[in-house]
Design a protein around this ligand. Structure first.
Ligand code: ADP
Ligand code: TRP
Length: 350
């Protein structure tokens, strides 16, 4: 296990590296969330001091109507547990149960600049889509990355398991952590980095060949949800976009075909991947066969998790216990950091 030493207040601590990540309760968890992030949370909980949460404040930046929030939050929580997060090994909580987060967020909003936040690509994309549908841009949307930075640094995390779409946010978290340390002359916050076991962060493609698989996609057939039935999964895979097939050996693959191969790589065996690779390269491939195999491998990945989600959702006493105990642990860690940050700023009153 890796050990890290960092300077904390006046003491140097040797401890397990700290991991933080979260997902927004804006819809059903899909295969992109699972393969891009949650699967890594599960693998990391054994070796790191880990905090995994449900980012309900973040969901309000785009989905202000909170009527569905309790149901969606429970679904994300049950999905975490069904995927294998173990409350004995990691701390699981709801973001809004930790009052130290909005307090540190307020302090960080004083050192984040409007100009740098406006340049973040995810903000620009959201502005474009909100304006198209005639919506105003809230201050909360602009400062989304400040809140995310605080989620991470409130536990002084160094590793953040996320998908590729979050890269610019993690970079902002590093910038803000360093700026705070430099302004106040102590290295309270370590630099956080996106993490995927030494590999590039993942971007799981949507099934219709347009961008990443996403909770808020307009076309529900473009994503495989962890709650989809076997029949729905098969239907979606069989409908995924393809082309007319290769006409020359070793031909370059168009994006939608590359996407299918990417999905095969993630859920099928290396032999299966090699088999269809070879068939593509010698122009004998039949996409129907590839899709049938992919659909079966996808069903085998999703079905056991879906069945566990359904069981866990029924056990509301257990869900309540997990977030109550997790909240307590997360508040203790957050309070320690917030106190240090306020001391460094000079907010020490009699
Ligand atoms: P969404 O973008 O679908 O609304 P979230 O924003 O809640 O999902 O993301 C939760 C986690 O899942 C984040 O770490 C994010 O990077 C990851 N993630 C989301 N979509 C994908 C994808 N298509 N490929 C890889 N990772 C993804
Ligand atoms: N912004 C992330 C997303 O949309 C969710 C998130 C909020 C997060 N705070 C975080 C992820 C802190 C990792 C660490 O996916």
């Amino acid at each position: 296990m890796e050990q890290s030493a960092y300077f904390c207040g006046m003491k140097t601590l040797d401890k397990k590296e700290i991991v933080v990540s979260g997902s927004r309760p804006t819809g059903l968890i899909h295969l992109g969330n699972y393969l891009g992030a949650i699967n890594n949370y599960v693998k990391m909980q054994d070796d790191f001091q880990s905090y995994f949460f449900i980012a309900d404040y973040h969901s309000l930046t785009t989905h202000y109507d909170a009527r569905n929030l309790p149901q969606l939050t429970n679904e994300v929580l049950a999905t975490y547990l069904a995927c294998g997060l173990d409350p004995e090994k990691c701390t699981i909580y709801i973001q809004s149960h930790i009052p130290q987060i909005p307090e540190l967020y307020l302090l960080f909003n004083m050192i984040a600049y409007k100009g740098e936040l406006e340049k973040i690509p995810t903000f620009k994309d959201k502005v474009r889509s909100q304006e198209q549908s005639g919506k105003s841009i809230s201050a909360g949307l602009l400062t989304y990355p400040v809140l995310m930075a605080v989620d991470i640094i409130i536990h002084r995390a160094v590793k953040v398991p996320v998908g590729k779409d979050q890269e610019s946010h993690i970079e902002m978290a590093r910038t803000l952590a360093n700026r705070f340390n430099n302004l106040f002359g102590e290295k309270l916050f370590p630099e956080p980095y996106g993490f995927n076991f030494g590999e590039e962060l993942l971007k799981i493609p949507s099934l219709d060949g347009t961008g990443k698989m996403s909770k808020s996609a307009e076309n529900p057939n473009s994503a495989i949800y962890m709650m989809d039935t076997d029949a729905q999964i098969r239907k979606k895979i069989m409908k995924a976009k393809t082309d007319l097939g290769p006409t020359e050996p070793n031909q370059q693959r168009p994006e939608e075909i590359n996407n299918l191969f990417d999905l095969l790589r993630l859920v099928s065996t290396p032999d299966t991947l090699a088999h269809f690779d070879e068939q593509y390269n010698n122009c004998t491939i039949r996409y129907g066969d590839l899709k049938k195999q992919l659909a079966e491998d996808m069903v085998n990945t999703v079905a056991p998790i879906r069945n566990r989600i359904e069981d866990i959702m029924r056990d509301t006493t257990y869900l309540h216990r997990v977030i109550t105990e997790g909240g307590e642990k997360a508040r203790a860690s957050a309070a320690a950091t917030l106190n240090e940050a306020k001391r460094m700023i000079g907010m020490r009153y009699v």
